[in-house]
Design a binder for this molecule. Structure first.
Ligand code: SF4
Length: 308
């Protein structure tokens, strides 16, 4: 039976996370940052105030339905249309999931609200939390991450350090590097020193392998990215998908897998990209032939393309 979930999407196959069920608790696109490298496009709601953007009870109902009808995933991941810690009932929602299932919970966060004790306490209920750090001082933070009014680089750093102290799970840190913006060795060295103070369990280096069209942001080469890995403690891993030109067969399998889950639960390219570790352009390219052949349709809802 096809179930049209509003807040759940997937489970989507992900290179690093296996089968991951996504939960999207913010309207497109609600974030405390407006990063120049964001693959979701420009931030529409640029805020730091938390809110119950979507009804808590409705998300719980969908989760209960999914657990009863499917319930099979390697992870349940808060990701999608913005910054999940802006959802004011995040802690209650994680607690609800923990009560109902043993599937580990991941929160993909930009880390900007961790200077608040309520956000730290709630997010610490997750099993894995990923935060980000791509700047080394206030001017670079303003240029790269374009924070909402009132957010400072000092808040971000203090918050991420503070979160480490109250979180016993796996803390992952993502550093997004861009050619000519934060890719000089001395800049990366400074980011690495600040990252060490956050004491993450794992550090991921990423870059704009497919540059966001509207910003002209350029990727750092794989060779240069490799040379930066040992600067970090622990040594960083590269998660950018360099040179992964899929064979025709792989593309077909990928498109078929995506189509199968879309037939069960409509989803946007943003959601599919966030949860699968691919990029939106790749998702759209993989699905375009199926749209042409009428195997999938695109419906515009609130200005977003939904595949169904
Ligand atoms: S924090 Fe994430 S969702 Fe928000 S603007 Fe930056 S990349 Fe996009």
């Amino acid at each position: 039976m096809k179930t049209n979930y509003k807040y759940l999407f997937g489970p989507v196959p992900s290179r690093r996370l296996g089968r991951s069920l996504g939960i999207d608790v913010t309207p497109f696109k609600t974030c405390s940052l407006d990063c120049i490298f964001c693959q979701c496009g420009c931030t529409t709601y640029h805020i730091t105030e938390r809110s119950e953007f979507v009804p808590f009870e409705d998300v719980c109902t969908e989760l209960e339905q999914w657990l009863a009808q499917d319930g099979c995933a390697d992870y349940i991941t808060f990701a999608g249309s913005g910054e999940p810690t802006l959802y004011s009932r995040l802690g209650e929602l994680i607690a609800f999931i923990k009560e109902k299932t043993e599937i580990p919970v991941i929160v993909l966060s930009n880390g900007t609200l961790f200077h608040r004790s309520d956000v730290c306490k709630e997010t610490a209920l997750a099993d894995i939390v990923k935060v980000s750090l791509s700047a080394w001082n206030e001017p670079s933070f303003q240029k790269i991450n374009r924070p909402a009014s009132g957010l400072s680089f000092a808040d971000l750093l203090a918050g991420e350090r503070n979160f480490r102290n109250c979180f016993n799970g796996q803390l992952w840190l993502e550093v997004f590097l861009m050619e000519g913006i934060n890719s000089k060795p001395e800049q990366v060295q400074q980011i690495a020193e600040l990252a060490r103070e956050i004491e993450p369990d794992t550090i991921h280096l990423n870059t704009a392998v497919r540059p966001p069209a509207e910003t002209g942001v350029m990727p750092v080469s794989e060779k240069v990215l490799c040379s930066f890995c040992p600067l970090f403690t622990p040594p960083a891993e590269i998660i950018a998908s360099f040179g992964t030109v899929s064979s025709a067969n792989e593309k077909e399998v990928h498109a078929e897998t995506l189509a199968a889950l879309i037939h069960r639960h409509p989803a946007t390219a943003t959601q599919l990209a966030a949860i699968s570790g691919s990029d939106e352009e790749g998702i759209r390219a993989a699905l375009a032939p199926l749209v042409e052949q009428n195997q999938l349709q695109i419906e515009v809802r609130n200005g977003e393309d939904w595949y169904k």
